[in-house]
Design a protein. Structure first.
Length: 64
């Protein structure tokens, strides 16, 4: 689980630490990374999906 907040004491990677979130909730866990960033994308390009918008417009226009 990814918890954003502040460590309640100094720690090192691999140690258990208590985190206090901005809302005041406290969680315990093992530190795996210091100041991590979000790394995600929408996956590989899927050629078939690129035509959905065009097809949808044609269908919707035919209903008028």
């Amino acid at each position: 689980m990814w918890v954003k907040g502040f460590c309640k004491k100094d720690c090192n990677i691999g140690e258990e630490v208590e985190i206090e979130t901005l809302t005041g909730r406290c969680e315990k866990g093992i530190v795996t990374e210091c100041e991590p960033r979000y790394v995600h994308d929408f996956g590989d390009y899927v050629k078939e999906v690129s035509h959905i918008g065009i097809q949808a417009k044609k269908i919707l226009n035919s209903l008028e």
